[in-house]
Write a protein that binds this ligand. Sequence first.
Ligand SMILES: [Mg+2]
Length: 321
Amino acid sequence: MPRRFHGRPLTTLPSVELEARAETYPLAETFVISRDSSDESESVIVELRHNGLTGYGEGAPIERYYEDGAGAVEFLHTCRGALGGDPFALDEILDGLPPAPHTQAARAALDNALHDLCGKLTGRPVWRLLGLRREGPPTCWTVWLGDPDDMARRAEKAAPRFRRLKLKLGGRDGLDVERVRAVRAVTDLPLQVDVNEYWSVDEALEALPQLAGLGVEYCEQPLPEGDPGGARVKAASPVPIYVDEDCHTLGDVASRVAHSADPLDVEAVAAAELQLEPSEAAGDALCSPGGRRAAISSSAHGSAPGSAASRYASADSADSS
Ligand SMILES: [Mg+2]
């Protein structure tokens, strides 16, 4: 049975047309995290045209999850037949996309573009369409992983422009607490840390109380994805434990939060389900719109930026995780 819109069969409406392309952006400086470094950032861009308007969306393919721009574009081209003529039918469209692994960034870009298009069709910005606050969650700036003194210098430089800083840790050199201490010595801004899976349970148990003493608000993904020690670290930690790499879909949320984390990290550019609201068990969500990689002010990984479930957002230079 064909979908209907205001009582009319959708077959009478013009189809939503899709164009997709990959773009590569050079970074102003090399961005370093525990497991890799990057000098450029790749995005997949989606344009959806309907009734004379164009909705734009962007996603960041993540190599760690076997994604790249070319693959994302190829997948998006296979989605054209699933778009139909009603861009407001978000659930039906997104549920009807071809099943394919390693396409989260592409789905995120399409989801963003649909929201942007719906906003334009109704003459309202997406934050209004979703009933959110305009200002969204507070943003932070990510200080990439480096020597303690170097991180402190970069933090000091960024501090006047941001209300909080996220420090990348996981140097595996015994200096992670020193990194936070060095930054704390140059700024009173709220600090958050992201280990990107590079601590052991013992390292986490040793470092977290010290980070609490330095006023760290939360620690993101201290252990490798799926580490069975997560529950032990969560129980012992004096600061909230956030997960990022541990959560990829809504199905991961409740189990991870119940087991090994408090809130979770939500990446706009990796989110294929922009409107998802975390379950009660999920608690708060950390929303990372992905800084310049996100085409619209949005962001399991899942919830919309600025939603009641989102407390923070990252204005990262190249934080893809
Ligand atoms: Mg992260």
